[in-house]
Design a protein around this ligand. Structure first.
Ligand SMILES: Cc1ncc(COP(=O)(O)O)c(C=O)c1O
Length: 363
């Protein structure tokens, strides 16, 4: 058997007629940027998250970058961020000239809340919480800390669409929630796109202007903005996907539950879920000391896997100027060396899940 890590065409085929109709009707409308399709999707996505406002953008990175920009966080400011995250979380901070202050993860791979307080000083302006792999971080406690120290709270929900903590969706705990709709994401578009959500009308208005060259009225540019407008076709396609969210979520849950119940191998640690946290299974990440051997063994047996992520941002060449070295964040670094993500995507067949489980249990 040959199983890819992701096969996006299967997701497309599942609702092909609806996607085709959405794309064609947008093409026929003659309106391709900032039209009704975007306005509708923004309304639907805000309501899905339980937020007042949503602004559609070009990517998850733009969402993060514009969130910090809207809050006037920049040069001289520090932002608390998990060391264990995708580099985009850090870029959102440094794109504004602010400094990332890394914090080690807990056993659920999200920021260790107890390690935040001793990293705060009078330059700290915000906490960026990341809900990694689809599991909500310990956001209620993070929110309490942010309130106690008068800090902004931004959430990176690129991997946590629809995940709740207690009875509130990720993205509405903080001041601004940032989303990516990159095609492999749980609610994935058919190209790059992203969004922010917020309950604050000032943040909403400002990010709406920032995404459109800093203007509210055409050719009257009040802010130094950018071009980050989620286009009409992607918005129309995202509305289709959002409509099917419950089915898509159940499908991911089914695959994850099968892995959790049926993978039985003493060399492998399965993911754990925090009480109160919801997991929407963007990624199914297992851990093993013999990670490279396991990855080779799976590849030899026709199963593609990925590592999320093999190198933490503090050790990447791009951030060498920050002066970190191996050993500075040992928990994060240990995760990078021992984690491996199994295939989990829309359209993964039960026969393929059977095979993956069988091969892993034989290892
Ligand atoms: C945690 C996290 N944050 C931010 C991003 C950035 O999203 P995008 O690729 O849409 O810019 C990603 C995308 O992979 C991500 O996983």
């Amino acid at each position: 058997m040959n199983i890819k890590f992701n096969q996006l065409d299967r997701g497309y085929r599942k609702y092909k007629t609806e996607y085709d109709q959405a794309a064609i009707s947008t093409l026929e409308s003659g309106i391709y940027i900032l039209g009704n399709k975007l306005a509708e999707f923004e309304k639907e996505f805000a309501s899905f998250c339980g937020a007042k406002y949503c602004v559609g953008l070009n990517s998850g990175l733009d969402a993060l970058t514009l969130a910090f920009k809207a809050l006037d966080i920049g040069v001289g400011d520090e932002v608390i961020v998990p060391a264990n995250t995708y580099i985009a979380s850090i870029l959102g901070i440094t794109n504004n000239g602010a400094k990332p202050i890394f914090v080690e993860p807990d056993e659920y791979h999200n920021i260790d809340v107890d390690s935040i307080e001793n990293k705060l000083n009078n330059k700290t302006k915000a906490i960026l919480a990341v809900h990694l792999y689809g599991q909500s971080a310990n956001i209620k406690k993070i929110k309490a800390l942010a309130c106690k120290h008068n800090l902004y709270l931004i959430e990176d929900c690129a991997q946590s669409h629809g995940a709740m903590f207690k009875s509130k969706t990720t993205g509405v705990w903080g001041d601004i929630g940032c989303f990516s709709f990159y095609p492999t994401k749980n609610i994935g578009a058919f190209g790059d796109s992203g969004a922010i959500i917020t309950n604050n009308p000032q943040h909403y208005e400002k990010i709406k202007m920032l995404r459109n060259y800093g203007s509210k009225v055409k050719y009257q540019n009040e802010l130094l903005g950018t071009n980050s407008r989620l286009d009409e076709i992607q918005a129309a396609l995202l509305s289709v996907k959002l409509k099917h969210y419950d089915e898509l979520r159940k499908e991911r849950e089914h695959i994850a539950q099968r892995y959790l119940n049926e993978i039985k191998n003493s060399k492998i640690a399965l993911p754990r879920i925090r009480a109160g946290s919801d997991h929407v299974w963007h990624l199914f990440v297992i851990k093993t000391k013999q990670r490279n051997q396991l990855q080779e063994y799976l590849a030899k047996n026709g199963i593609c896997t990925q590592i999320h992520y093999p190198l933490p941002p503090h050790l990447s060449l791009a951030y060498s100027h920050l002066g970190f070295k191996k050993g500075d964040f040992p928990i994060t670094e240990e995760y990078c060396d021992t984690i491996i993500s199994l295939p989990l995507f829309e359209g993964l067949l039960d026969s393929e899940i059977d095979y993956i489980i069988w091969i892993i249990n034989k290892y």
